[in-house]
Design a protein around this ligand. Structure first.
Ligand code: 6GU
Length: 267
């Protein structure tokens, strides 16, 4: 799988070398390339932003460095959609397929790369999104800063690739870098061969629609707290039942929204 990241803070992603992804890169499972947006500027100050047309606070990222950088990543070939067709909305048949039909053309088919722009205005990234990204052949992350990126970058990119705006949740970050790191952490471990024991992916929170059960290890007594007797019983069926009950109870208490969705899917 190929992953490109476009950012004005390339050093930010140095830590990917020491994570799980570092091993996946060394093994050749993930071909990850980080691009400095400023390398595609041609003025002495390496300017990537400017004042917004129409006025207003903050700065907007200029389109030219984005165009030049994405040209280099996407290459000369690949799909291209005629501008006249560009308003054709993509297949947004699932709620998770983060359609940006109103913001950018999505006429490109699944054989084109997926360009993800982290944005608080995007569809919320979930475990389902992570599973989908883990199946992609080529994802490009475009990290915006300042008040955003010139809208024409999204419009044009949608003629060359599938484009999605994706948010981590309802709060505002200064830029997309931390969001991209979180998304890579989430989908990277779902790429076949990245996590050693695939069983560990099945039991955890969100994969089954419920939060994880509590875990215990040695010692059996610690600072007055005992490990629940059932876990020392050796009775595997009872342990599985207890863990499931814990999951249901926890989810109901901490995430009633998830609980309702899970309960509705049970019948
Ligand atoms: Cl993906 N980007 C930014 N800038 N802020 C966010 C976000 C993303 N998700 C939540 N807040």
């Amino acid at each position: 799988m190929r992953v490109d990241i476009v950012t004005i803070f390339p050093q930010f992603f140095d830590v990917l070398d020491i994570s799980l992804l570092g091993k996946a890169r060394a093994n050749g499972i993930v071909d990850l390339r980080v691009h400095d947006l400023r390398d595609a500027t041609h003025d002495r100050h390496r300017t990537v932003d400017d004042t917004p047309y129409g006025g207003g606070a903050g700065m907007v990222m200029r389109p030219e460095p984005w165009g030049e950088t994405l040209d280099g990543i996407l290459g000369a070939g690949g799909a291209s959609v005629a501008l006249g067709d560009a308003s054709t909305p993509g297949d947004a048949s699932t709620d998770d397929l983060a359609s940006t039909a109103s913001d950018a053309p999505t006429a490109c088919d699944a054989s084109t790369p997926l360009i993800v722009f982290p944005s608080p205005a995007g569809n919320v990234f979930t475990q389902k999104t992570a599973r989908r990204y883990a199946q992609e052949e080529h994802i490009v992350f475009g990290c915006g800063r300042y008040e955003g990126i010139d809208q024409r970058v999204f419009d044009w990119a949608g003629t060359r690739a599938r484009v999605e705006l994706v948010s981590l949740g309802d709060y505002v970050l200064n830029g997309g870098e931390v969001a991209v790191m979180a998304m890579i952490e989430a989908f990277g471990r779902l790429i076949p061969g990245v996590v050693g024991n695939p069983d560990s992916l099945v039991e955890e929170s969100h994969e089954g629609g419920l939060l994880e059960y509590p875990s215990y290890t040695k010692p059996a007594q610690w600072r007055g707290y005992d490990v629940p007797d059932i876990l020392l019983s050796g009775h595997h069926a009872n342990i599985a039942k207890w863990r499931h009950e814990q999951q249901v109870e926890r989810t109901k208490r901490i995430r009633p929204d998830l609980y309702e969705a899970w309960a509705a899917a049970q019948d």
